[in-house]
Design a protein around this ligand. Sequence first.
Ligand code: SIN
Length: 285
Amino acid sequence: MTETDFDTISVKRLTGAMGAEISGVNLASDLPVQQFEEIRKALFTFGAIGFRDQNLSFEDHYNFAKRFGSLEVHPIVNGMEDFPEIIKMHKPAGVAASFGVGWHTDNSFFKKPSLGSIVYAEIIPPQGGDTLFSNQQLAFETLSNGMKDTLRVLTAIHSANDAYTSPTAMEKYDGDGPITYKHSDIIAEKVEHPVIIKHPVTGKEALYVNQMFISHFKGWTKEESAPLIDYLCAHAVREDFQCRFRWEKGSVAMWDNRMVQHAALNDYAQYERLLYRITVNGDAL
Ligand code: SIN
């Protein structure tokens, strides 16, 4: 599938590896079925898609997201009072960014990890605060046949424990900062996922490891697992698998967690950044 295979939207690829910007769409409107289906197709083809110059109310954001499936109320990160499905990702000027920083796929510590997130940008620093994405289907394809076969029979244990008990995370519990967390039993849970997953729509295989939430391989000790996990996590984010999304006020980005990892950059400490995120529930992998 290429940029020209779309009739109702314009698609421009971001890099040779992945990502696309879509134009000719007003996400605040009631999108015709064919146009919505082409957006969905673009997401599953390019892994991350971006839109410019949108003007979304919370209802518009919610209504667009709802077309992809049921919406998540995050078990740890508090949503907005009137829209519990919307997480206000606010970083005031003068503090370091601490949410979504570091490579990860959202919520791989869920039994059914999230399908993807839709993020709307309200306040963007004059420079910095980009989001990086890396194509995990390419990461899989570029491994040797021997490594692919080894990984196909491996299962990994994922957990939220380290990420949500780190010193920066601890500040968010019961605090009154811009992002707040609540205590949840899910933090102690350990869930199993295959190391190589098949995309539920396209059937394409992808590497499914991420340094934020993977703990160890099933049946292996943490010490035995660490060298292979380190190798795979480094391979997964090679520069030639990536694209970079530069936010503007009114930009919207959506990504498919079964196909990509992402990382928010922390390079704009002196500036404010405010984005709103809605996450669509996914299926067992
Ligand atoms: C995230 O949802 O992981 C963070 C995305 C961002 O702030 O760029």
